[in-house]
Design a protein around this ligand. Structure first.
Ligand code: ZN
Length: 154
């Protein structure tokens, strides 16, 4: 059995960037199980898993455009410190959950604080990053009709 549209796939993954920094890993945890072809994982990775079999081990390099997008300079903005009402000390590296113009949840990262001015980055933390995955396919099965209808694994 190989991975195709509507397979339920379990993978172990190890994700680094181009400077070999570990960004995420399933090592020591349960494998990631997802419904193939339902947009559950990034497109560049899903494409490479198609056709693979249980036990296959391979590396995938995903360019930003097929990962978390290019870095958008317009999403790096300056806002007044007063906007962080109720936060005792605003420091670079802090993350806040905020709402985008379309109402969706966005992660905001503080990149600099200068006096009353705070520079924030609304890009996804992995935007602009080439993602290097080590993948091992652990399990493949067909999805149930209910799983296909819901678009996720039960
Ligand atoms: Zn469901």
């Amino acid at each position: 059995m190989t991975v195709k549209q509507h397979s339920v796939v379990s993978i172990h993954y190890h994700l680094t960037d181009e400077s070999d920094q570990v960004l995420d890993s399933s090592q020591g945890q349960d494998p990631l199980t997802y419904l193939h072809g339902a947009g559950g994982i990034i497109p560049g990775l899903e494409k490479e898993i198609t056709g693979k079999a249980v036990g296959d081990k391979f590396q995938v390099s995903v360019a930003p455009a097929e990962g978390y997008g290019e870095l958008d300079q317009s999403l790096i903005q300056s806002i007044p410190l007063a906007a962080f009402e109720g936060i005792e000390k605003v420091e670079p590296g802090m993350h806040f959950q905020t709402q985008g113009q379309d109402g969706s949840a966005r992660l905001l990262t503080v990149t600099a604080v200068e006096g009353e001015e705070v520079t924030v980055d609304l890009n996804h933390p992995l935007a602009g990053v080439t993602l290097l995955f080590d993948i091992e396919v652990m399990e493949i099965r067909d999805a149930t009709p209910e799983e296909i209808e819901h678009g996720h694994v039960h």
